[in-house]
Design a binder for this molecule. Structure first.
Ligand code: PLP
Length: 403
């Protein structure tokens, strides 16, 4: 590709733009991970993570992508042949299912059309039928990154409780953690899976398991084979501020900085910022006359928006034009949505002008690719951003002037 001036716009829904503060934090000498300076950082980071997951329990950090933490959640709590209930929200739910099956678990996959979130009523009905409690875990993707659909986790918890079902509850928050409200303890989640490269604004390479007491108890009898992913060694060594093997030291520097930044902004303000950018993006898409994937407005994702290409237009050709002309990467369609969908990431280190620039790139791209649309999407987003203000400190109320 020819020389591109200025900054690349990395508007895929993860990895996200890594802020300079985090890059600078990472750009320091690697220290002895068994030396005296290391443990203070570890205590700092493990403590800070608790506020992000909203848990008073343990959070485990792996030097791995999110997929590793998926595997860790399952092998630490389950035994081969155990039945697991999952819901087909989209591509990532489908991948988690395939991983579970490879581990020897029996997956009951509730079918979905990739345009709705995990249905609490359907999950409840399955659990009600499961009188002998053969289902050992319910696994749900909180924010399905292939479709921009957010499932309502508290409702699913209620469905489990209403049936007094003892199954563990596991939730993938890889593309929602630190972007959208999430409450590990309050929502009674047993294992929450997270990753570094989305809302936490870090490069790829770290992933997380937040574990409840119930999950820790299950780990004592879980018979899935594990070594590297084993929680027990990790938890024991973490108590002294260390890791059982070499951790990703420099990414931990970055994580410490990320947690500081989230704390300075305030998590509620972070969520509000994402909510504003989600709404502004949806207004732009609607002004263009294009369609987003989610059908239910209670399930709109605030970290990304997946847009359906009009019939006969190739989403990948469109993304290629935008990359070459405007130096911006948009997310591709995944799985059965390949070529039919493009995804706009609006999560992580992001602000109003970055969103305006992103949407301008999309709008110009639509014209260049001769995709039928109305102009005025950027304008609709700008108007919404001007009229909606967040309260200055810890407010959390989105003031929305009528458009
Ligand atoms: C990105 C993502 C994953 C995969 O994580 P990797 O870091 O690529 O292994 C899993 N689930 C969701 C919801 C994601 O957004």
């Amino acid at each position: 590709m020819s020389f591109q001036s200025g900054r690349h716009f990395l508007q895929i829904p993860g990895p996200t733009n890594v802020p300079d503060r985090i890059l600078r934090a990472i750009d320091r000498p690697t220290i002895d991970h068994r030396g005296p300076d290391f443990k203070d950082m570890v205590f700092d980071v493990l403590d800070g993570l608790k506020s992000v997951f909203k848990t008073s329990g343990r959070v485990i950090v792996y030097p791995a992508s999110g997929t590793g933490a998926w595997e860790a959640a399952l092998v630490n709590t389950l035994s081969p042949g155990d039945r697991v209930l999952m819901f087909e929200t989209g591509h990532f739910a489908t991948l988690w299912r395939a991983l579970a099956e490879r581990l020897g678990l029996e997956v009951d996959f509730l079918p979905g059309d990739w345009r709705r979130g995990a249905d609490a009523d359907e999950i409840g009905a399955k659990l009600e039928d499961d009188k002998n409690h053969r289902i050992k875990a319910v696994c749900v993707v909180h924010n399905e990154t292939s479709t921009g659909i957010t499932s309502r986790i508290a409702d699913i918890r209620q469905a489990i409780d209403a049936n007094r079902h003892p199954a563990l509850f596991m939730v993938d928050t890889i593309s929602s953690l630190a972007s959208m409200d999430y409450r590990h303890d309050q929502w009674g989640v047993d294992v929450t899976v997270g990753g570094s490269q989305k809302g936490l604004m870090l490069p790829p390479g770290l992933s997380f398991n937040a574990a409840s007491e119930k999950a820790l108890a299950a780990s004592n009898s879980a018979a899935c084979v594990k070594a590297y992913w084993s929680w027990d060694e990790m938890l024991k060594t973490n108590e002294t501020g260390f890791f059982p093997y070499t951790p990703a030291t420099n990414l931990l520097y970055g994580l410490r900085e990320s947690l500081r930044m989230l704390d300075e902004e305030g998590l509620d303000n972070v969520f509000m910022r994402h909510a504003r950018h989600g709404e502004a993006t949806r207004r732009a898409v609607s002004a263009w006359g294009l369609e987003i994937i989610p059908r239910d407005d209670r399930e709109y994702s605030n970290s990304l928006t997946a847009v359906l290409m009009p019939e006969g237009h190739d989403a990948d050709a469109f993304r290629k034009i935008i990359l070459e002309r405007y130096n911006m990467s948009l997310g591709n369609g995944l799985g059965k949505l390949a070529g039919r969908v493009f995804r706009i990431g609006h999560l992580g280190a992001f602000n109003d002008l970055m969103l305006a620039g992103t949407l301008a790139g999309v709008e110009m791209g639509l014209s260049l690719a001769n995709v039928p649309h109305n102009i005025g999407g950027v304008e609709a987003a700008m108007k919404f951003m001007m009229q909606s203000v967040t309260t200055e400190q810890g407010g959390g109320e989105l003031t929305r002037a009528s458009a």
